[in-house]
Design a protein around this ligand. Structure first.
Ligand code: ATP
Ligand code: MG
Length: 585
């Protein structure tokens, strides 16, 4: 598709970006000097994420600066300074050690984006325990599965969530010893404790357990877009990647007000909603409420957000609204907008430039990679539709798997292949929980194979083609759904599109599109033909959808990803598979 690059101008850059010259930064980048820089400021032995994110600031010049600012549903604000966060997380760690919860033990949290979640995350890490977040809207069965598979010893939650979603499975969870209720004043019984009460009497002093950089820190389940969610294991060393990418990709500066809209139930909400901003000592906003366009713009305005990290699904929802943010809200503090989680249609990048006054910076990574791997940078021109270039210190390539099981790098630009990363980066997952075989299969020859297909252009920009599982083989062509969806998105009536391949004896697979319309447009045969014709003009007859169906909305994971496998299963009348992460209205 023919989208013009968006050149970065001085207006886009209210401060001097941390990464000024991409090639030069990559050439001179050294993990050793970054490690030395951070370790030199640590208060504890070894390397602990909570030390890098909180304690080293709490004992320095940022002690009284706001670290986390919570905006609740009624717009009440609650601030935690670095000093206060240190004390609260110390208390939480003290609670754990009093309950005999130790190194490697799993502490799960099932809660909305309330302060206790964030305090539990860092308090667990200080204690050497493993933090395992769960999305609060999960139903009882997905919660049980995660607690069971993840060997939960402690669960931090609220009274209502416990009663509605966990109590009934308690008999099946013999290893779950302690429930810490964040919103009750009194202990209910032995093992079902009032967290505020325990915190009130716990010691505010806590010496962070000596932590090996390779100690397990986080257990994160994947989004379940392609099947059963996998438990990815991460270690404390991942914090180097969080820090580095927050510096070069999020471009954090000391006075930034940063807002990551992701829920910590997904890896983005932990890596960049909890950890990364605090490693830079900035103020991070947490919105306790759910998506609402006016509310979001008001948060950007009233909180004077400077760097905003969100997702394509949210951007597409904003695009659908009849709001002109640049003129209706004061967004003058905003200087960088980023997106991750799904392919970002070029249409959305350009919408940002027009309506927010800033283009949207796409970046790519996965639960397994633990941190951003490929990105568009504040200084670099954006090529709409491209994921950008690998972050310094990361080697990415397009590879082809050969018959003999080995892997070869595809050097020619513009050729599709597996997106692969050279293993060994700090935030690389160290295993899939209880599934060593699957973990091993991800590594072939010298490469970690991501499961996504992509291409690289002559200038080193990576372009997403599709997930391996979603690729459509039609009349001898390999078609990535993203390309077709992006073409449809350019039509003014289309709010969202999901594209699948439907088995067909003549052409292998037939391209079928599911389309949700913007408000003001009605499904009709005329519009259907118009959309198919529109896509044909953009893509050619071989790739354009042959069938198109209107839907009120498309099935998505709770992290906002279109579940093409479900569209396909329903279309073909096949079993729907794991639906634990399906968003249900
Ligand atoms: P599961 O592995 O359980 O099917 P998932 O892969 O969706 O779920 P995540 O780890 O949350 O779980 O998502 C990572 C995937 O999201 C990537 O492998 C890629 O397919 C997609 N993705 C993330 N960012 C981008 C992006 N910028 N462009 C295109 N795809 C992206
Ligand atoms: Mg995945």
């Amino acid at each position: 598709m023919d989208w013009k690059p968006i050149a970065k101008t001085k207006e886009h850059q209210l401060v001097e970006p941390n990464l000024l010259d991409y090639e030069e930064t990559c050439r001179t980048f050294s993990w050793a000097s970054l490690e030395a820089e951070l370790r030199g400021t640590c208060q504890s032995q070894g390397l602990n994420i909570a030390d890098i994110a909180i304690d080293r600031h709490a004992t320095g010049s940022r002690a009284n600066k706001t670290a986390l600012r919570f905006v609740d549903r009624d717009w009440n604000i609650k601030n935690f300074t670095y000093r206060a966060l240190k004390e609260q997380t110390n208390r939480f760690a003290s609670v754990l050690s009093t309950l005999d919860v130790g190194k490697g033990d799993r502490v799960f949290v099932l809660a909305g984006r309330i302060p206790s979640l964030y305090i539990a995350a860092f308090g667990s890490l200080k204690n050497g325990s493993v933090f395992c977040p769960m999305f609060s809207a999960f139903g009882p069965e997905p919660i049980f599965q995660r607690l069971d598979r993840g060997d939960a010893k402690v669960l931090v939650t609220t009274e209502l969530l416990y009663r509605q979603k966990v109590a009934q499975s308690r008999d099946r969870l013999p290893n779950l010893q302690h429930i810490l209720l964040a919103d009750v004043d009194d202990h209910a019984s032995e093992g079902i404790w009032s967290l505020p009460r325990l915190m009130a009497t716990a010691s505010p002093e806590f010496a962070i357990a000596p932590t090996d950089p390779e100690d397990m820190a986080l257990l994160h389940f994947t989004s379940g877009t392609t099947g059963m969610p996998k438990g990815a294991i991460h270690v404390h060393k991942a914090v180097y990647q969080h820090y580095m990418t927050a510096k070069y990709v999020l471009d954090l500066h000391p006075d930034d007000i940063f807002w990551c809209t992701a829920d910590p139930g997904w890896v983005t909400g932990t890596s960049y909603g909890i950890i990364a901003p605090l490693t830079h000592g900035v103020t991070s906003i947490v919105d306790e409420a759910e998506f609402d366009a006016d509310r979001w713009y008001r948060i950007l305005e009233t909180q004077k957000v400077t760097v905003w990290y969100t997702a394509p699904t949210a951007i597409r929802r904003l695009m659908r609204m009849n709001i002109n943010p640049k003129s209706e809200y004061d967004l003058s503090h905003l200087r960088l907008v980023l997106s991750v989680g799904e392919p970002l249609n070029p249409e959305a990048v350009v919408w940002g430039e027009e309506k927010l006054g800033l283009p949207i910076h796409d970046n790519w990574w996965q639960t397994e990679t633990g941190g951003i791997m490929i990105a568009n940078y504040a200084t670099m021109d954006i090529r709409p539709g491209s994921m950008g270039r690998p972050v310094p210190g990361i080697e990415a390539a397009i590879v082809r798997r050969k018959e003999d099981g080995s892997v070869e790098v595809i050097d020619q630009p513009g050729v599709d292949g597996d997106l692969a990363l050279k293993p060994g980066w700090h935030s690389m997952f160290r295993g899939y929980l209880h599934d060593e075989v699957r973990y091993k299969k991800c590594f072939v020859g010298d490469w970690y194979i991501t499961g996504d297909l992509a291409t690289r252009d002559a200038d080193g920009y990576f372009w997403f083609v599709g997930r391996e599982d979603d690729i459509i083989k039609t009349s001898g062509h390999m078609v990535g759904p993203f390309e077709v969806e992006s073409a449809l998105m350019e039509h003014p009536a289309v709010a969202e599109a999901g594209v699948i391949g439907k088995p067909n004896p003549m052409i292998g697979e037939l391209v079928k599109a599911f389309v949700a319309l913007k408000p003001g447009y009605q499904p009709s045969d005329v519009l259907k033909l118009e959309l198919i014709g529109f896509a044909r003009q953009k893509l050619g007859a071989a790739i354009a959808p042959k069938e198109l169906e209107f839907k009120d909305s498309l099935p998505k994971t709770r992290s906002g990803k279109i579940m093409r496998r479900l569209l396909k299963a329903r279309e073909l009348g096949l079993p729907e598979g794991d639906l634990s992460t399906l968003e249900q209205d």
